[in-house]
Design a protein. Sequence first.
Length: 318
Amino acid sequence: MAQKVKAALHVYVKSLTSVKYYKEIIKTDLKFSLKYYVVLAVLFTLVNSLFSTVQVLPKIQKGINDAIEYALDLYEDDLVITIRDGELSVNKEEPYIIPFVGAMENSSNKAAENLIVFDSVAGLDDIKDTYDTLILVNGTNILVQSSSKIKVIPIKEFPDTTFTKADFVAAINQVRSLTKFVPYIAGIVLVVAMLVYYLGFRLLYLVFVAATLWMIGAVRKMGLPYSKYYKIALHTMSLPLTVGLVNSVISANIYLSNWFFLLNLIFGALVVMSLDGRVTSGEGGGENVSESGSASASGDGNGEESDSRGANASGDSA
């Protein structure tokens, strides 16, 4: 695995810094580039997930703690909720109203004026017309208001019980104990989401970049199949991926829409324009790259031999 990572990093650096290196890349088969991209995607996922989790986790934890404290403040110390024979009652004068308080009180996003209202004789229309509440509890039903409808939950579905502030605190503490798993759950969700992003969406998106590069190559009569342009697009995508990773790490914003596509396309077009007018695309693994690279190095003396050896190593182990 370490050798694969090392080889992928070599190809990554050359893909970013050497336009001439693409002459060697197009002589390999598509499998070489896909293996390189898979290793690169995993590395980028781990780095991006680590930094994103470090940045987001404190906010998530604070949000959970604030929600718990908010819930504890809402429940009065002497409030007792009783369910008996399918009917619910409270030891308070009705209607007993629990409004939104604190930050939620002045929030423009709250769904209603009140959070919960207990009124044993209230009906369906009262949830909006009378109390403008998110939840209305009458004698036999719990009515929950949503954006499109009102959900009715029969109280008879609940067992007979008495619920006090002590019971509520115990339930909240159980929830609090589960929050220690939040970092792991958030990390796993983030890793899976990014792998889907890199290995799914981005590979499909390259179809359009490669098609544009193929049209440029067709105008130049380069004679390369579409798969070679897809390989070029896959390797030139290393640049916008890097920019995106740095942007995520430093929490900066790029305000140009479709910048990822444009950067990949421009870099790919520069690579295609730098290739000879008509290119012979040798198929095969790293051995083919090495042989052609050595021949190129001996012909023009530009040091391509060391690059082709790197591509050879990557082709064998990436």
